[in-house]
Design a protein around this ligand. Structure first.
Ligand code: URA
Length: 237
């Protein structure tokens, strides 16, 4: 790979800044200053330093965001803030995008990555990736609802959902539930409850593909996944 691409991918600066750094002699490869932006290096073997500091090449990043309400799960929006606006400076150069979508009013776990292949695997219905939500519901959620969800509830457009696991935490005029589903149709959880005559008041994603929302992560904050968490994602068949 070209040294200038390596440096940009490491987040050292823009192409222009990288060019200037090279020119100034601040970049060394295996102990020798290099000024040629077109020089090819082996990112796995060569030791690249910027002002004496060793640079470790990282192509992909996997971030866990605790999504707040009021931001859209998109890379760009004309009017509304997006989850990309929340990306901290240290991760900006990775150019991440959200893995699937949460509604603007849904909070909780949203993964951000620049690994297109993994993102595709996570959202493809073929892989039946489990997603668990907690929700506060207007209405009395009953075992009969759980049985309907377990069989596959029919949505307003006639689509029959894959079986979902509904766990009732408490049930009254309003109810608290956890629901695990294995697909991600548009507004799926809200529409599943509408199909049994109930309304979702608040919705939060707790987990996806075995990755649980870190309870120490405040809304609007993100952290990189641990090696263990990344391995969980890579195991998805
Ligand atoms: N189901 C919904 O209805 N909304 C979400 O944001 C996620 C799942």
């Amino acid at each position: 790979m070209r040294i200038d691409k390596f440096l940009c991918d490491c987040g050292i600066g823009t192409r222009k800044e990288v060019k200037a750094l090279l020119k100034s002699g601040s970049i060394s490869v295996n102990g020798k200053a290099v000024r040629d932006a077109a020089l090819h290096i082996d990112e796995k073997r060569d030791l690249v330093c910027a002002n004496g500091e060793v640079l470790i090449y990282q192509k992909y990043i996997y971030l866990m965001l605790n999504k707040p309400a009021g931001v859209v799960s998109a890379t760009y929006d004309n009017h509304l803030p997006t989850v990309i606006d929340l990306v901290e400076d240290a991760y900006k150069h990775f150019e991440v995008f959200p893995v699937g979508r949460l509604d603007i009013d849904t909070t909780g776990l949203l993964l951000l990555t620049n690994d297109g292949q993994l993102a595709h695997k996570m959202i493809s219905p073929k892989h039946r990736v489990a997603k668990t939500y907690s929700a506060h519901i207007a209405g009395t959620v009953t075992q009969a609802d759980a049985d309907i969800f377990a069989k596959g509830v029919t949505l307003d457009d006639g689509y029959v959902c894959m079986p979902g696991d509904l766990h009732i935490i408490n049930s009254g005029t309003e109810s608290d539930i956890e629901l695990t589903i294995y697909e991600g149709k548009f507004h799926q959880v809200k529409r599943m409850f509408e199909a049994v005559g109930k309304k979702v008041l608040t919705l939060k994603r707790l987990s996806m593909g075995g990755i649980c929302l870190d309870s120490a992560l405040e809304e609007g904050k993100m952290r990189p996944l641990t090696e263990k968490e990344i391995q969980l994602l890579q195991k998805i068949q």
